[in-house]
Design a binder for this molecule. Structure first.
Ligand SMILES: N[C@@H](CCC(=O)N[C@@H](CS)C(=O)NCC(=O)O)C(=O)O
Length: 327
């Protein structure tokens, strides 16, 4: 894995020396917004109008941030409007890559070999990480956004006027926004990014700090979910989908690979059923690929798992009974 510096690829693992062994995630660089009429969104420039077939989404099935965008694309009925290309799960010397002779992992738009080629095409002197998800604009030949938190907000409402799009589904309803933001804030720092802070730490104290904050938050979430089916309100919202993509990876990856092993999600009285409940929402299981998830983390992150052996277990059953409908 690596990054671009002035448009040139360099093969480097994350640098934690400057931060005393702490993993710090770099902010995304492309922050424009697709909007219904092309007016500017909360950041970046305008000119990205919601149009069918204009945007192309690049994802990894392994990545929890990309997974959010796949779930929103699915649930909002955007699949025929926003085509997708899926990178190969192995992210090694050249970062995310495509396999042109493998239909499941081809770049259907540019036939690129490496994702970084698109970043250079969008910004020839780009410096920064090359990440999924990436939302590409075919018309302006550039990257609209590589920030999943923004992309799911665009998917939630910008395309609502196109026929067949589920404008009746709103995962960020106005009346719940401040509570959703509050939950997201804690979940982002301590759970979504928290598992990476534990897994990528290179100092014992930084790992333990992240581990403590992670399980404090999981305990808090489990308690909250004892009395309510979803995190905020009585329908799934953005807050649930943002948490879900970490929970679904937890027992297979975070528990062992990232050393988040106080307990599994399957051991929590409420989170265990909650993750199944969300998994069983129609269409969601199509966005979950546990084999690619395991392969990506255990093969690509060689500083953590130098043998690149992919564990066989654990046995997971997200289709089982969850008994949450009565809440
Ligand atoms: N803030 C970004 C983070 C995305 C991200 O870090 N994706 C990971 C995959 S899980 C990635 O592409 N990493 C490549 C790298 O850091 O070089 C988002 O939420 O969209």
């Amino acid at each position: 894995m690596g990054l671009l510096v002035d448009g040139k690829w360099h093969d480097h693992w994350y640098d934690t020396d400057k931060t005393g062994g702490k993993f710090e995630r770099e902010a995304a660089r492309f922050r424009n917004w697709v909007t219904a009429d092309g007016s500017p969104g909360p950041a970046g420039e305008g000119g990205f109008k919601a149009e069918s077939g204009r945007y192309h989404l690049y994802v990894s099935m392994a990545c929890p941030w990309a997974h959010r965008t796949l779930i929103f694309r699915k649930l909002k009925g955007l699949e025929s409007r926003i085509p997708v290309s899926v990178v190969h799960p192995d992210m090694v010397e050249n970062g995310w890559e495509f396999r042109p002779d493998d239909g499941a992992h081809r770049d259907h738009l540019h036939d690129a070999r490496f994702l970084y080629e698109l970043y250079i095409r969008a910004a020839p002197d780009y410096t920064g990480r090359v990440t999924v998800p990436t939302l590409w604009d075919r018309q302006r030949e550039t990257i609209v956004s590589n920030e999943s938190a923004d992309i799911i907000r665009m998917f939630n409402s910008a395309f609502d006027e196109l026929p067949g799009v589920r404008h009746d589904l709103d995962f960020y309803p106005e009346s719940l926004q401040s509570e959703i933001d509050r939950v997201n804030e804690r979940v982002y720092h301590t759970v979504n990014n928290g598992v990476y802070k534990a897994g990528f730490a290179t100092a014992q104290d930084k790992y333990e700090e992240a581990y403590g904050a992670l399980f404090d938050s999981l305990d808090w979430l489990d308690e909250r979910l004892a009395h309510q089916r979803y995190l905020v309100g009585d329908q799934p919202t953005e807050a649930d989908w943002r948490l879900f993509t970490t929970l679904i990876r937890f027992d297979a990856v975070c528990f062992s690979h990232f050393k988040c092993n106080r307990q599994r999600i399957g051991d929590y009285p409420n989170l265990s059923g909650y993750v199944k409940d969300l998994y069983q929402v129609r269409g969601v299981s199509d966005t979950v690929d546990i084999e690619q998830i395991k392969r990506h983390y255990y093969v690509s992150q060689r500083t953590i798992n130098p043998t690149q052996i992919v564990p066989v277990g654990p046995e997971l059953d997200f289709d089982g009974l969850h008994e949450r409908a009565s809440l």
